[in-house]
Design a binder for this molecule. Sequence first.
Ligand code: GDP
Ligand code: IMO
Ligand code: MG
Length: 471
Amino acid sequence: MVWNEITQKWKQLQEALMIDEIHFVFEIRDNSCYTQSTNYSSLNYNQKNMSVSIVVGAQWGDEGKGKIVDMLSEKIDIVARYQGGANAGHTVVIGDKTYVLHLVPSGIFQKNVKCVIGNGVVIDPVALMEEINMIKSFGIKIDGRLFISHNAHLIMPYHKLLDTIREQGAQKIGTTGRGIGPAYIDKYMRTGIRVVDLLDRKVLREKLTRNIEEKNQILSKVYGKTEIDIDKIVNEYQEFDNKIDPYITDTASYLNDALRKKKRILAEGAQGALLDVDHGTYPYVTSSNPTSGGACTGLGIPPTSVKSIIGIVKAYSTRVGNGPFPTELSENTGETLRSIGHEFGATTGRPRRCGWLDMVSLKYSLMVNGISEIALTKLDVLDSFDEIKICVAYKKDGKVLKSFPTDVHTLDTVEPVFQTYKGWNENISTAKKWKLLPPRTKKYIETIEKLSGVKVSLVSVGARRDQTIKR
Ligand code: GDP
Ligand code: IMO
Ligand code: MG
């Protein structure tokens, strides 16, 4: 009886403390029994707190991550951005309004969702404040809903300047000019300025002065440019402390606490796997890790908390900026895809290069991300094509390659092998259910599933939330 009570009380205590296991040490000393408990909270080491889903771009970015994250956020407690910066442009269409987000997670339009900008993101305070004001101007509450990591690094004006100047050199990446590369360089050089530094004016002044002195040497001696005025920048950036202070949080603790409370977290990636600095088409990549692994380091959450990895796949391919693109269509078909799909950058307005779906790079992306399900987007863009192609292999010197080469010289010279499918020539943008899709559309989707070995769990047939078919 007593034992039952103890067990029951113990269970209650365990639940209250969210502890999975506790060990007692009994020690007899001076004729007394001392107990000491060692809490083996297995939060980080078991599968009980798997409540994180990661949304990753599976191609070269702009797959429609913003739309899918907004839609999925309906059943999510926290949406957290884990890498990149204001190079991202995530579009969310609600009714007749279109919003483009660069730093704030795409869950912000679901009023019960909290949003986190994680430590892995590089934040341009100017861009962030503009975005916060834009969101507020639409009557959307953001205070108390947005949490910014104190450990995230800041993008400074000299980062943007260096990004633009470097792009005038011989090897142009075709960056967004948002200062992303130079800011990550400082982060890894261990000279970067972090969000927390904004809170201490003395520290900020010291760090900024040291950084600008060094950048001025590079600007004047390497590039022959005018030096930056230290005082001007120090004064301007000191002003951000009051503005950003209300949002600054230890977001890793916040998220881990939420995991303990079994909150549902969605990690929102920016860019795409083929732009990943480690796994992408280097050097034509961004400077962070958009692949799923980046979510854990970029948020401070354990890999064991990840339940699913949703790959956002556009029904064809696009790429902005330079770099190899084996299935690129440089003639009429490419133009048609661009104009029907409105393929112009959400951040820079640049025309996106367009091509057919590339299963070779996609299978590689599925592998490095561990994608467990696919959300297939922009399928409606293919409505009017008589023929649709999928690249199923690459050939080089007449031989089929066994794997996706990330070496750009090889990738530049591969020959895509296409399979051709008859188009459905029907408007699918009003279809709300799988059974309402034309047989040829279903065949296209099932072919992608067969070739990839991954289920297509969501099909997007338009930019709006309601233009999504769940399977
Ligand atoms: P992200 O960077 O991955 O969030 O994608 P972007 O917002 O840069 O680009 C995707 C574009 O396609 C946006 O203009 C979206 O509104 C739009 N979009 C998303 N899904 C669909 C879809 O299924 N059909 C069509 N026609 N447009 C879509
Ligand atoms: P979202 O999140 C598409 C590309 C740039 C360039 C390369 C490096 O909207 O999908 P950077 O400014 O990051 O140093 O540029 O990466 N790029 C993107 N392409 N979508 C994006 O983000 C991108 N962010 C960067 O065009 O080729
Ligand atoms: Mg985009």
